[in-house]
Design a protein around this ligand. Sequence first.
Ligand SMILES: [Zn+2]
Length: 425
Amino acid sequence: MFNRHSIKIPVFNALVLLVCLFGFYERANAQDGLMPLVQSVRVGEHPKYTRFVMEISDEVGYKITTLSDPYRVVVDFPEMGWQLPKGFNPRMYGSLSGFRYGLFKTGTSRIVLDAKSPVSIKNTMMLSPRGRVKNWRFVMDLVPTSRANFLAQMKPAEYPAQAKKNVKATAVQTASVQQARVPAMLPPVKPQKKSKHVVVVDAGHGGVDPGASGVSGAYEKHITLAMARQLRDALNRTGRYKVVLTRDRDVFIPLRERIAIARRAGADLFLSLHADTFRDRKVRGASVYTLSERASDKEAQALAERENKADLIAGVDLSSTSDDLSFILLDMAQRDTKNQSSRFAETVVRDLSRSSKVLRNPHRFAGFAVLKAPDVPAVLIELGFLSNKHDERALRSKKHRAKLAEAIKTSINRYFNRIEEANRS
Ligand SMILES: [Zn+2]
């Protein structure tokens, strides 16, 4: 099961401990689409281990992956509903420093646990309801270990088999869970005859990657999706565009897949929507970013680095992806795309400044991975800062978002007017 290659280079692999509960699939189907519900999550510190407990309305199978740099424990479940309070953030103890949850892809819900230091999985259990506890409980015990041991967890001997009679534990390995690996230089998949301009609107983050969280608890992923839908509706009303959203629900989409969606749709323009935070809570206003190998300023560089971590935050194993997006450099073919992106960004900045606050030097540039389609003009719009209470309140308001949507729509109209004029002359 483990080839020699993977044992020699353990860092390039991730251990997947696959625990199949017999009968799960049959029962899930019999439920006729009724999803198991997660009802509570807690972390407890015991003298010798850190215990993670998740209560679920039903018995589910699960798959555990460990990832290094940074240390993460990723557990995948079948798609579940989450009945946790809004902005839920359990206290972290012991070895754990962070917890995220959400839809990883259709059919798969995921939790990601950040570990401060290397941990090993001492024990995992799915306990049936008992006594006053009406739910099933997924229990995982973690103990501190050395980095060498963490990396060596891929050896099946490190994991004791489950004792439960109806549980079959097997260790398998996976090269990568990354979906949709699209060579960046693939020729465009554009349909020959198009009556409408194709605009792809990308709601940043989603699912297990919540993005930034605001001063009063708003999640970036919810604001970007609400904004994307309003912009789509505004564009559809013009009758000029075919609008494609990279996501229309609260689900994680890898950065590479966002680009692939744009290219498959034959995008003429790509807009990625975000609303991040800044350490200085007084800073507010929208800003527009285009792709560049060299960042315009320190803040833009830091922002791109944060945004490029989305896959890592969602627990995607990038270690075996040799063509990691962050290393793709611009080539000559991209220069024209880059110029068009910049022209569009300038237009957006002008139109946005008429209806809302914009940052000083509002057009900035940096190495955003999501803007790296070589043949699609692309901008990333930071709608405002969730770290600023005025911006956060505004972005939560449908009326304010409608104003932003109108401004961006005006820019898109101007951009394509110019292209149509150039084509006529
Ligand atoms: Zn973002």
